[in-house]
Design a binder for this molecule. Sequence first.
Ligand code: CLR
Length: 377
Amino acid sequence: GAAVPKEQRQGWGQFLKSIATFSGDLSSLTAPSFILSPVSLVEFPAYWGEHPDTLAAIAKGKDEVERMTLVLKWFIGTLKGQFTARNISTGSEKKPLNPILGELFLGKWGDKNGRGETTLTAEQVSHHPPVTAYAIENATAGVTLEGHCAQKTSFSGRTISVKQVGHAVLRLKLPGSSNEELYLITLPNLLIEGLWYGSPYVELTGNSYIQSTTGLLTTLSYTGKGYFSGKAHSFKATIGAGGNTLYTVEGEWAGVCKYKGKSPSGGSNEVFWDASTEREEVSVEPVEKQGAMESRNVWKTVANGIRTQDYDTASKDKARIENEQRQKRKDEAAAGTPHQLEHFVHVDEDQEYAQLAAMFKGQPAHEDAYRKKPRVH
Ligand code: CLR
């Protein structure tokens, strides 16, 4: 394969063999150095916030149908960043750093044109299995997103299948009223393709759902190359209630998508979202000012080693961090004082999830989500 450095080809072949027979989470597999990313998985929730204007606009929708279309627009708008931007900027998908327990990623998107400030709080709430919790909030706009994510991986043929475990709840405070609306967001499954050639990339597959306390349900189905459209990164979304479809949106989530047939304004084939809309990267404190548990501070030596191809330094410091973690867990167990989460608490019965799941009982929508979730204090 052209993407694998010559001296690492044998290692890549061995790596592929090892994942073919591997069960468990990929985070614990040792990957060849050229496929290592210097970014920790705890940073990934930031993708949800990279279109702060679109997120801030949701609660301003004039009625529940418009608000659902705005939720869908924001959701679709995050997909390019979440799933294709990394392989566009670095040539291929890479293996992110596996966050340590309690690792934090804190950031914000500043206020611009009165949209209000959006803050991000992400915390690694479990190390084994890896689970990341996050909260993204814009108080001015009355929008909060809370969620958690974990991954279950399996290997099939030439692709890795990744099931996203977890869900997010978007909460709207409607302007001029005390009413709240909730949107339960489930997550699509991923396929990691291109492994054979040493240049992995993500494709989305299956369905995901956005179900609202308003009774509206959006069903998204994802297809890639070789499906009906023949185009990579494609999807179709239907917005409806009680089995009736109000609007259909179709196209490419990493490109342009349009209303199929009528749009709310009465036009036809109107553009719904154009993924070339610029993304705003989250701003974070410089590493020197970050706390001991903040991600870029925790991994600074490892990340620098990966970036400068000084893999020896990277792996030494990674081993140091992992040993320290093991010792910490032992000490905690011996002292009977388990690790305390900083921004989240474990909730056994997620009321919002239960409420929404009950509303949509009998529809496939809630099958993927699960009840336990970490929740902001
Ligand atoms: C994490 C949650 C985000 C969306 C997202 C995007 C890409 C996914 C990532 C999640 C989880 C980890 C992931 C990654 C793509 C590749 C990577 C599945 C779901 C795996 C662990 C890397 C495998 C190593 C190969 C490159 C060999 O909201």
